[in-house]
Design a protein around this ligand. Structure first.
Ligand code: NAP
Length: 238
């Protein structure tokens, strides 16, 4: 029987590449999106075994809706990819309460809500794989992205502690922490900015969404890796 996977923020960028990989691997894929309805519908037309669900994962209700729709149709959830995220560049002193709350809710509370909603099913099945897409900035910290870095460091903390708690139930929890990946999130960078970044990366290139999807593919096929933060960053931080 095909396995079922949920990907939050699957309408663009890294999430889209993960959705396409999972479909190729024979999964029933639940693609969650929030604003990019046209993109989600286009992907749905192009690939097999896919359902699209509009929901804002920064809210408990959004997470609940995605899981309820998935379980009504497929009964089980084998894989959860917490990928949805936003970024913002601001001096620390300019970050407003609203900026802070939006960042934490979208990039961190979303993973808390989604994990809590899928876990009863995974615990019942004594099986599951959760992957949090965090960031190099959660490990090293980024100037002018303090709220983003805090949210991603929090995600890695969730990964490590939850892995310990649910490991005895054969549920694995890991983070994949990308470096710089070629998506809309980085479209504001100038050619000069990109050149400067590439100069710091041993593999001398920016990553592609498929590089992250490949790491996800390996991790879901594995059975003995849990609680780890796996860097996919071309050696940018070693
Ligand atoms: P992206 O191209 O900007 O795509 C972001 C995705 O998140 C979109 O599908 C968007 O959906 C979804 N999303 C945002 N807010 C949401 C919400 N409230 N509810 C549901 N979905 C929401 O970004 P990306 O580069 O692919 O990033 C994906 C993940 O990788 C993020 O967590 C990001 O922090 C992380 N990451 C990216 C990089 C990088 O260099 N690109 C590096 C490290 C980590 P809609 O468009 O439908 O709203």
């Amino acid at each position: 029987m095909p396995k079922t996977a949920i990907v939050t923020g699957g309408s663009r960028g890294i999430g889209e590449a993960i959705v396409r990989m999972l479909s190729k691997e024979g999964y029933n894929v639940i693609l969650n999106y929030n604003k990019s309805e046209d993109k989600a519908r286009k992907i749905q037309k192009e690939i097999k075994n896919i359902d699209i669900v509009k929901a804002d994962v920064s809210t408990r209700k959004g997470a609940k809706d995605i899981v309820e729709i998935t379980l009504n149709k497929y009964k089980n959830i084998d894989v959860l990819i917490n990928n949805a995220g936003i970024s913002q560049t601001k001096l620390f002193t300019d970050i407003t309460d609203e900026d802070w709350n939006t960042m934490i809710n979208t990039n961190l509370s979303s993973a808390f809500y989604m994990c809590q909603e899928v876990l009863p099913n995974m615990l019942h099945n004594k099986s599951g794989c959760i992957i949090n897409i965090s960031s190099i900035w959660g490990i090293t910290g980024a100037s002018c992205e303090v709220h983003y870095s805090v949210a991603k460091a929090g995600m890695d903390g969730l990964t490590k502690s939850l892995a310990k708690e649910v490991g005895p139930s054969n549920i694995r929890v890991n983070s994949i922490a990308p470096g710089i990946i070629n998506t809309d999130m980085n479209k504001k960078l100038s050619i000069e900015d990109k050149k400067n970044i590439i100069n710091e990366i041993p593999l001398e290139k920016i990553g592609e969404p498929e590089d992250v999807a490949n790491a996800v593919k390996w991790l879901i096929g594995d059975s003995y890796t849990t609680g780890q933060i796996i860097s996919v960053n071309g050696g940018w931080n070693i």
